[in-house]
Write a protein that binds this ligand. Structure first.
Ligand code: GRG
Length: 293
């Protein structure tokens, strides 16, 4: 299947499932579901759940639990965007092509909606009817660590600390790997865990995920300063406005692109050592790094 069709079809599958997971039912706290649906259902490339589903397929895992885990990861990603947009964080007014959640529902509701999506993600995995307990525990541990103190939250803390000082490339790399890379890597590993990977295969996917996760964020740094509007000089990127150290501020656009490309090749090398049909994951990695979707 053409990769563009794969991306579109799989994103649709994820959205359909997400739509069923957050109820529209009337309760005294319906506002919670309304705000969750506002952030979760409209927009978003669904890259992380697509990675989970593609890896699960390659490792011959069943579709049903894979879709549940994929949706759980998208909920955690969406929660991170909601909280990151708050005035106490990055203070962004727009997200996924529309006003940020707190602009529409208020800051308190945005905090609670993020909390709901994070906790509901784990509820979904715990309550799944298809996975055995061993798999559930492995997935919950992986995702919790990657979203928390061994990943995204640790990265966000380092990111905040870096706002008041200048940092070198190694420190920036670490922030990117934790803040953005860890959940991307977890999306890949989760798909494999749903099947029956060997320790060697997991190790190679771990290296692949590290490279792709970092490359994704480097490319994001580049896009942040090269998007069309910015090129016309109409505004500063939010990273520039916040005087943040980025790959581009340290290496420039061309070297940053080269660094992302080198990571892509390293990632593909790790992938090529797994004797399974991983052609879709290979193509997805290309889309992620070259932002061709
Ligand atoms: C929990 C407050 C808090 C923060 C965690 C990951 C993170 C730190 C914040 C998210 C904000 C952000 C801009 C992170 C950089 C990573 C990134 C490019 C996110 C956007 O991911 P995409 O491009 O977004 O996959 P869509 O909307 O397509 O899902």
């Amino acid at each position: 299947m053409n990769i563009k069709d794969y991306l579109k079809n799989t994103a649709e599958l994820v959205e359909k499932k997400l739509n069923t997971l957050i109820p529209e039912k009337i309760t005294p706290f319906s506002l919670l579901f309304e705000s969750a649906r506002y952030s979760l259902l409209d927009g978003g490339k669904r890259l992380r759940p697509i990675l989970t589903l593609a890896t699960a397929e390659a490792f011959e895992a069943s579709n049903e639990p894979a879709l549940t885990v994929a949706c759980a990861i998208e909920m955690i990603h969406t929660y991170s965007l909601i909280h990151d947009d708050l005035p106490c964080m990055d203070d962004d007014d727009f997200r996924r092509g529309k006003p940020s959640l707190h602009k529409v529902f208020g800051e308190g509701q945005a905090v609670l909606t993020g909390d709901y999506l994070l906790t509901f993600a784990f509820e979904l995995i715990a309550d799944d009817l298809y996975m055995n307990n061993e798999k559930k525990i492995a997935l919950i541990a992986l995702i919790a660590k990657s979203a928390g103190s061994q990943g995204m939250i640790a990265g966000q803390v380092m990111d905040i600390l870096a706002e008041v000082k200048s940092i070198d490339l190694e420190s920036l790399k670490l922030i990117h790997q934790y803040k953005t890379g860890a959940l991307i890597k977890a999306s890949i590993l989760a798909g494999a865990i749903l099947g029956n990977p060997s320790p060697e295969e997991l190790q190679l996917l771990h290296k692949f995920g590290n490279d792709i996760g970092l490359a994704f964020q480097i490319v994001d740094d580049v896009i942040d300063v090269t998007s069309n509007e910015l090129k016309k000089g109409l505004s500063l990127s939010s990273d520039e406005e916040n005087h943040k150290t980025t790959y581009v501020s340290l290496l420039g656009v061309d070297q940053s692109r080269k660094a992302a490309e080198a990571l892509f090749h390293s990632a593909i090398h790790h992938l090529s050592q797994i004797t399974k049909d991983l052609s879709i994951i290979n193509e997805l990695a290309k889309c992620l790094v070259y932002r061709d979707f």
